[in-house]
Design a protein. Structure first.
Length: 101
Protein backbone atom coordinates (compact mmCIF):
# COMPACT_ATOMS: atom_id res chain seq x y z
CA UNK A 1 0.00 0.00 0.00
CA UNK A 2 2.86 2.38 0.72
CA UNK A 3 4.13 2.05 -2.86
CA UNK A 4 0.62 2.64 -4.17
CA UNK A 5 0.17 5.70 -1.95
CA UNK A 6 3.43 7.21 -3.22
CA UNK A 7 2.69 6.65 -6.89
CA UNK A 8 -0.86 8.02 -6.62
CA UNK A 9 0.27 11.09 -4.65
CA UNK A 10 2.77 11.88 -7.40
CA UNK A 11 0.39 11.14 -10.30
CA UNK A 12 2.49 8.20 -11.43
CA UNK A 13 1.30 4.92 -12.90
CA UNK A 14 2.59 1.52 -11.84
CA UNK A 15 1.84 -2.04 -12.79
CA UNK A 16 0.06 -4.62 -10.70
CA UNK A 17 2.15 -7.68 -9.84
CA UNK A 18 0.49 -11.02 -10.59
CA UNK A 19 0.89 -12.13 -6.98
CA UNK A 20 -0.97 -9.13 -5.49
CA UNK A 21 -4.19 -11.15 -5.23
CA UNK A 22 -2.45 -13.38 -2.68
CA UNK A 23 -2.82 -10.55 -0.14
CA UNK A 24 -6.62 -10.71 -0.26
CA UNK A 25 -7.14 -13.66 2.15
CA UNK A 26 -4.87 -12.00 4.74
CA UNK A 27 -6.74 -8.70 4.41
CA UNK A 28 -10.10 -10.45 4.74
CA UNK A 29 -8.99 -12.04 8.02
CA UNK A 30 -7.48 -8.77 9.25
CA UNK A 31 -10.71 -6.87 8.52
CA UNK A 32 -13.09 -9.60 9.77
CA UNK A 33 -14.63 -7.46 12.51
CA UNK A 34 -15.62 -4.72 10.07
CA UNK A 35 -17.06 -6.97 7.39
CA UNK A 36 -20.65 -8.22 7.48
CA UNK A 37 -21.34 -11.69 8.85
CA UNK A 38 -21.83 -13.30 5.46
CA UNK A 39 -20.09 -15.81 3.25
CA UNK A 40 -17.97 -13.67 0.93
CA UNK A 41 -16.83 -14.86 -2.47
CA UNK A 42 -14.16 -12.40 -3.51
CA UNK A 43 -13.27 -12.70 -7.18
CA UNK A 44 -10.66 -10.80 -9.11
CA UNK A 45 -11.08 -9.92 -12.76
CA UNK A 46 -8.06 -12.13 -13.50
CA UNK A 47 -9.78 -15.26 -12.14
CA UNK A 48 -8.60 -15.55 -8.54
CA UNK A 49 -11.32 -16.47 -6.06
CA UNK A 50 -11.30 -16.48 -2.28
CA UNK A 51 -14.05 -17.40 0.16
CA UNK A 52 -14.38 -16.04 3.65
CA UNK A 53 -16.95 -16.19 6.40
CA UNK A 54 -19.51 -18.63 7.77
CA UNK A 55 -20.89 -21.50 5.73
CA UNK A 56 -24.47 -20.62 6.71
CA UNK A 57 -26.48 -17.47 6.30
CA UNK A 58 -26.32 -14.80 3.62
CA UNK A 59 -23.61 -14.69 1.00
CA UNK A 60 -22.13 -12.07 -1.30
CA UNK A 61 -19.98 -12.00 -4.39
CA UNK A 62 -17.48 -9.14 -4.57
CA UNK A 63 -15.78 -8.66 -7.95
CA UNK A 64 -13.07 -6.29 -9.09
CA UNK A 65 -9.46 -5.94 -10.16
CA UNK A 66 -7.04 -7.36 -7.56
CA UNK A 67 -5.42 -3.97 -6.98
CA UNK A 68 -8.76 -2.32 -6.26
CA UNK A 69 -9.91 -5.12 -3.96
CA UNK A 70 -6.66 -4.79 -2.01
CA UNK A 71 -7.10 -1.00 -1.85
CA UNK A 72 -10.70 -1.42 -0.67
CA UNK A 73 -9.77 -3.96 2.01
CA UNK A 74 -6.87 -1.77 3.16
CA UNK A 75 -9.11 1.28 3.56
CA UNK A 76 -7.82 3.12 0.51
CA UNK A 77 -9.95 4.51 -2.31
CA UNK A 78 -10.08 1.99 -5.13
CA UNK A 79 -9.86 3.32 -8.67
CA UNK A 80 -13.04 1.37 -9.50
CA UNK A 81 -15.88 0.41 -7.19
CA UNK A 82 -16.11 -3.35 -6.58
CA UNK A 83 -19.22 -5.00 -8.00
CA UNK A 84 -21.30 -6.58 -5.25
CA UNK A 85 -24.01 -9.19 -5.70
CA UNK A 86 -25.88 -9.83 -2.46
CA UNK A 87 -29.10 -9.15 -0.63
CA UNK A 88 -29.62 -5.46 0.05
CA UNK A 89 -28.59 -5.47 3.73
CA UNK A 90 -25.29 -7.21 3.02
CA UNK A 91 -24.62 -4.97 0.00
CA UNK A 92 -25.22 -1.88 2.15
CA UNK A 93 -22.83 -3.18 4.81
CA UNK A 94 -20.14 -3.91 2.25
CA UNK A 95 -20.54 -0.49 0.62
CA UNK A 96 -20.26 1.14 4.05
CA UNK A 97 -17.18 -0.89 4.98
CA UNK A 98 -14.18 1.30 5.70
CA UNK A 99 -11.12 -0.77 6.46
CA UNK A 100 -8.04 0.67 8.10
CA UNK A 101 -4.47 -0.58 8.09
Amino acid sequence: MHHDDLTRANDLVHGTPEYLAEAIPFLLRYQARGLPTARLFVRTTDNHEFTFGPNVGPSAVVLGPAADLVRWLAGRCPLTTPDIEAERAVTDQLRAFAGTI
